[in-house]
Design a protein around this ligand. Structure first.
Ligand code: PLP
Length: 382
């Protein structure tokens, strides 16, 4: 039934077995890793960490960037820095990877699942506005859930598959209700909203450099800040809260060992040199897919939202219903083209099934239709 699509993807990638998303090492990766090993500084100190932070700040336009060991602990740190505490409620989407909700849970805070937009697949400012209007009140300059009595401290939208959410409107509604905005930009490195890099619209942005992301450090994450002082505090907290001194070990609060090792940062520096080329390549691939699927009656290709420049981390097609989504998954995976459904919704997982949520109408609509199709960088002309 989907033979034409399968043949097209194999032709596009020039292979009979096409993975979903694999990393590409075409530049200075080996040279930097070798320099790192030769220097013996492979661990918690070394020049690649500083360089990676400076290069990423310059690339994104952040005033400060701070490395972490993973995107998950970057999110954990971001929530801690934003002042989220045990018992607080955090507004987020059910259509996300588990890391978003795990990070919220590490603090003992509770996710509240609100609907996504059909145009972005990310948290809807309209859904946030209506939930707050029905559930929240401001007391002493803080936002509270009238029904549970808990504080509503933060909002964590996620730029799904690299497509930016309506982030300016979310920033406005969060500002109005005294809620801290933290962007889960793990999937959206290089993606911009009205020309500005995702992750810079709220208090903190979190990126991931896991192996399946647009660029990788093996494993790793990063925090983006426009507030330099908060960035300095993140550096302190992610490095065991050690007071800098040439020989003394003194720590002034409970810190975390969340700093990315120098050897991972070396890989990151080399990967970053190719990020723009990778994104140009992925956008070209997305354009080719969009043209192809325009001719397929039953399959819609998801295109970047208005005002957005998307990295097209993972390409998305939408099937007409759940039965055909399952048939498409079966046939493509049986025939050498790796495809995946969207993550099981957070609101359906046993750990989060009891959490508050709204109708999730668009979320449920996407869950029955979305399939990710092969999206690796091709660099055919390299
Ligand atoms: C990848 C990802 C993360 C971070 O994952 P790590 O593997 O810990 O780097 C967080 N949120 C989302 C939505 C992701 O896709």
């Amino acid at each position: 039934m989907y033979g034409k699509t399968i043949a097209f993807v194999k032709e596009l990638y020039g292979s009979d077995q096409v993975p979903l998303s694999v990393p590409k090492f075409v530049g200075n990766e080996k040279a930097y890793l070798e320099a790192c090993i030769d220097s013996t500084f492979v661990s918690s100190v070394g020049p690649f960490v500083d360089r990676f932070e400076k290069d990423m700040a310059a690339y994104t336009g952040a005033r400060r960037a701070v490395v972490c060991v993973s995107g998950t602990n970057a999110l954990h740190m971001a929530l801690l820095l934003a002042g989220v505490e045990c018992g607080d409620e955090v507004l987020t989407q059910a259509l996300t990877f588990i890391a978003t909700c795990n990070a919220i849970s590490y603090i003992g805070a509770h996710p509240v699942f609100l609907d996504v937009d059909r145009s972005t697949m990310g948290l809807s400012p309209d859904a946030v506005k209506s939930w707050l209007a029905a559930h929240a009140e401001i007391r002493n300059g803080q936002c509270y859930d009238k029904h549970t009595g808990q504080r509503v401290k933060a909002c964590v939208p996620m730029h799904t598959f690299g497509h930016p959410v309506r982030i300016e409107e979310l920033a406005a509604v969060c500002g109005e209700w005294h809620i801290e905005l933290i962007e889960d930009a793990a999937e959206s490195i290089g993606s911009k909203y009205k020309g500005k890099h995702t992750g810079l619209f709220g208090k903190i942005g979190a990126l991931s450099f896991n192996g399946n992301k647009t660029i990788t450090t093996g494993g790793g994450g990063m925090l983006l800040f426009m507030d330099e002082e908060l960035g300095a505090r993140a550096k302190h907290l992610t490095t065991q809260a050690k007071i800098p001194h040439r020989w003394e070990f003194r720590h002034d609060e409970i810190g975390y060992n969340y700093r990315m090792p120098n050897i991972n940062a070396a890989l990151g520096c080399a990967q970053l040199e190719h990020l723009d080329a990778f994104i140009a390549d992925k956008r070209e691939t997305a354009g080719i897919y969009a043209d192809f699927f325009r001719g397929e009656a039953d399959i819609d290709f998801f295109c970047e939202p208005e005002n957005c420049y998307s990295n097209y981390w993972l390409n998305v097609v939408m099937l007409p219903d759940r039965d055909r989504q399952q048939a498409f998954l079966q046939e493509t995976n049986d025939n050498g083209v790796m495809t995946r459904p969207v993550w099981e919704l957070m609101s359906r997982l046993p750990m989060f099934a009891h959490c508050q949520h709204d109708s999730l109408a668009n979320t449920l609509w996407f869950a029955d239709r979305v399939v990710n199709i092969p999206s690796s960088v091709r660099l055919i002309k390299k």
